[in-house]
Design a protein around this ligand. Structure first.
Ligand code: SAH
Length: 277
């Protein structure tokens, strides 16, 4: 795949919203930005599975595994608002792992995807995505496309996604995966722009971004990425040397070069693949 961007843009669509139907999660205050356009039921397993079978053509056993993982992510507060819940539940993680790992797709574990890369565990993906607080219409850049799962997940939250992967074979495979899924009715993934390249330098032509998510480890905040964040924008990244990182949320101050950082795991160390240079 060349450096040229592969842009395929849908007209801006209304995004998922909705409310948890039961009183099971009373602490989850959230703002509803737009009326829901489509969304599976979030309050019971059977209705969710039936809705997904009918509307997405997916199969019950994998949907049951996805639902089970969703419940765990909710109770662990990796997912804490309904748009994020819908995004997780609508994204077929089983399609982004290697075929022989499909049955393990909803285990709380990272899995190898070839070329020395991994798809991060569902808990990490969910927590980083939740902490990014993507709003409808946000311009979001992901560094480290890998399997393409994270960008697909994000595509349920906004229709403006850019993703950069340094390994050409992975970039090609993820692009092919998104295209195949679009062909199977996952129209959201047509709004993902993907390219092969060194994500340290971001995607200058598409900047500024409202949100940036880095899914490989760095020992400092890459200046080009910080520069491509709009004032007031947010970046989530695994920060730290060696094999363990703190996952931090960096908020770029609106009026200066100042930044505020928060550890989204409250000090717990998480292992990420290093960013290649
Ligand atoms: N977000 C991915 C998983 C990330 S694993 C997913 O949803 O599956 C980290 C990925 O970052 C790997 O695919 C690795 O090849 C990629 N990567 C490493 N260094 C990079 C760089 N400098 N620029 C872009 N991608 C990079």
């Amino acid at each position: 795949m060349s450096q040229a961007s592969d842009r395929c843009r849908l007209t801006r669509r209304a995004v998922l919203a909705g409310a948890f139907a039961s009183a099971a999660l009373p602490a989850m205050a959230f703002e509803q930005h737009q009326a829901p356009q489509y969304s599976p039921p979030l309050d019971n397993r059977e209705d969710f599975i039936r809705w997904m079978e009918v509307n997405r053509g997916e199969e019950a056993p994998l949907l049951a595994n996805r639902w089970q993982r969703y419940l765990a992510l909710r109770s662990n507060r990796d997912i804490w608002e309904p748009r994020g819940a819908t995004a997780f539940l609508m994204t077929p993680r089983d399609q982004f792992v290697l075929a022989h790992d499909m049955i393990r797709a909803y285990d709380n574990a990272y899995l190898g995807i070839g070329y020395g890369a991994t798809i991060s565990g569902p808990g990490i993906v969910a927590r980083m995505t939740s902490a990014l607080e993507v709003l409808p219409g946000d311009r979001v850049l992901e560094i480290g496309t890998g399997s393409g799962y994270q960008s697909a997940y994000l595509a349920h939250l906004t229709d403006r996604i850019w993703t950069v992967e340094i390994v050409g074979e992975l970039a090609d495979r993820a692009k092919g995966k998104h295209e195949k899924l679009v062909g199977h009715g996952h129209q959201e993934y047509a709004s993902i722009s993907a390219k092969q390249g060194n994500g340290y330098f971001g995607w200058a032509e598409a900047a500024p971004f409202d949100k940036i998510i880095v899914t490989c480890a760095v020992d400092h905040v890459p200046q080009p990425l910080f520069d491509q964040l709009r004032p007031g924008g947010t970046m989530i990244l695994p920060l730290g040397p060696g094999s363990m990182q703190h996952v931090v949320k960096v908020v770029k101050a609106s009026s200066s070069f100042r930044r505020d950082t928060v550890d989204i795991y409250h000090g717990k160390l998480i292992r990420f693949l290093p960013m290649r240079v």
